[in-house]
Design a protein around this ligand. Structure first.
Ligand code: PGA
Length: 243
């Protein structure tokens, strides 16, 4: 049976200056000396901290991630960042279609699709986020919403170079984690929609040191996308060192 990669990624969102990010890194590196080799450790940090961060990784196993990418190589797109700009800084992963981008910045399945393909064209691994709102869950629409997102987001996308994150929107930043068995069930449904069943599928939404072990014990869950708890080196250290 092929083994799926374990990918644990922090998503700092709009947190930490460059100086703060280096303070984090200095302490965090002490926490990952014993982390099993087969776990990919990723930090998706603000654009402004990428350069300093990459220069201070000192050969560590932390992989750099960004939180967004534009689909054009360059042009009149004020405020956007291209794949080549990320390549130059040593970025390996990029979050695409996070629910905060969809909700606050007008991201659509169409632009998510364009961003995914641009990332792959430049050898970046996109982390595609999908998930339902509370209202959609209560209306019994979870499966339909996720299938719709995957169908549209993945048109023409290479499923050999992709991570998917199941992030129920109601669980993000709320402390209201999705029941691990339910997350496992939905991730199983996501896997059925994919042409490559070896894609790593993460769970995201209020992942903390005190729930990571039970989340990672679920057979379908191949990692985590971690917001708030990735801002603290010892919390994120405990998460990547889950038991
Ligand atoms: P959270 O965020 O861990 O703070 O809930 C997760 C995310 O938005 O990726």
């Amino acid at each position: 049976m092929p083994v799926r990669n374990i990918v644990i990624a922090g998503n700092w969102k709009m947190h930490k200056t460059q100086v703060e990010s280096l303070e984090f890194l200095q302490e965090f590196l002490n926490h990952i000396n014993e982390t099993p080799e087969d776990r990919e450790v990723v930090l998706c940090i603000p654009f402004t901290a990428l350069s300093a961060f990459s220069k201070n990784l000192h050969g560590s196993r932390v992989k750099l991630g960004a939180q967004n990418i534009h689909w054009e190589p360059s042009g009149a797109y004020t405020g956007e960042i291209s794949a080549m700009m990320l390549n130059e800084l040593g970025v390996r992963y990029v979050i695409v279609g996070h629910s905060e981008r969809r909700q606050y910045f007008g991201e659509t399945d169409e632009t998510v699709n364009l961003r995914l393909r641009a990332a792959q064209d430049h050898e970046l691994t996109p982390i595609l986020c999908v998930g339902e709102t509370k209202q959609q869950r209560d209306a019994g629409e979870t499966e339909d919403i996720i299938k719709h997102q995957l169908k549209h987001d993945l048109i023409g996308v290479d499923q050999q170079n992709l991570v998917v994150a199941y992030e129920p929107i109601w669980a993000i930043g709320t402390g209201d984690t999705c029941d691990p068995q339910e997350a496992n069930r939905v991730i199983g449904i996501i896997r059925q929609q994919l042409s490559n069943s070896n894609i790593s599928i993460q769970y995201g939404g209020s992942v903390k040191p005190n729930n990571i072990d039970v989340i990672m014990a679920q057979p379908e869950i191949d990692g985590a996308l971690v917001g708030g708890a990735s801002l603290d080196p010892s919390n994120f250290g405990r998460i990547v060192n889950y038991k």
